[in-house]
Design a protein around this ligand. Sequence first.
Ligand SMILES: C[S@@+](CC[C@H](N)C(=O)[O-])C[C@H]1O[C@@H](n2cnc3c(N)ncnc32)[C@H](O)[C@@H]1O
Length: 297
Amino acid sequence: MATGDGAHHEGHQKAGKASFEHIYDLEDPREYFNTLGGLGYEAPRHGYEIFSALIGAIEEMRPAGEGLTVLDVCCSYGINGALLKYDIGLDDLYARYGSEEAARKTSAGLAADDREFYAARRRPGAPRVIGLDVAENAVAYGVSAGMLDAGVAENLEDHEPSGELQRLVSGVDLITVTGGVGYIGGKTFERLLDSLPEGRKPWIAVLALRWVDFGPLAELFARYGYVTEPLGGRTFEQRRFADTDEQEYVCEELSRMGVDPAGKESEGSYHAYFYLSRPADEAAGSRVEDLVDPGRV
Ligand SMILES: C[S@@+](CC[C@H](N)C(=O)[O-])C[C@H]1O[C@@H](n2cnc3c(N)ncnc32)[C@H](O)[C@@H]1O
């Protein structure tokens, strides 16, 4: 099958976007939460609302009681996993990892406490969440703390998936991405879809910044029999700009692309669109807005 064109790399590697690479692969998530919390990073909050609605919709199509598996791509320390699996919110995570108590712990001590913390908060019927990220330490933390049921550190932009990843994703029902498209593009999705067993067609749910041209990804998914729809009626605030230079850069880039930043990025934050890709037969009976109410998420 033909490859995605790689243009999506552009997304997060644009020159004027603040870089957070230094917090992506630490021994534990404290710095990640403290840094991104300081900028009001909200993508996992929106992700939780959207993904849990989709999980409900997928469950309705399946025999009752059948467990559901989510693959969170660009999972980092397992934030989306924690929100889907446990009865906690994003604010709880910011408070927990930003606390003075957390600051006094070693990474191993924090992970040990996390295991108890999460184990006591399991949501009934929670999905199994598998994480994929290039950041080895982050994935290892997520698995050790219980935010992820399993995880692998691989870069599918550059390499074919390992046997372990292929085995883990073989039963996946929903692929989720927050804050990741741009770092990953067509190549990652193509390799994932190619590695699935015949007939396995997970829904693909992506929050992507407004400067990501989703067209090439939608075309790639169409070649695998998917229909992609943007959620109409709203955008999702992702985080505040690090400074006015970043804001000016983003607003200029968007204008250059024909996306009007007025009332959105011009107010001080990145905004994202939500895209849902489903197999054509499953997409035929409903619109994305029937599954994810734009007024409620
Ligand atoms: C902004 S963070 C988003 C993390 C998480 N999804 C969230 O919303 O909090 C971007 C993540 O993409 C990961 N990443 C970057 N390049 C990647 C690649 N080629 N494959 C997988 N993950 C990648 C980074 O390590 C980082 O964890």
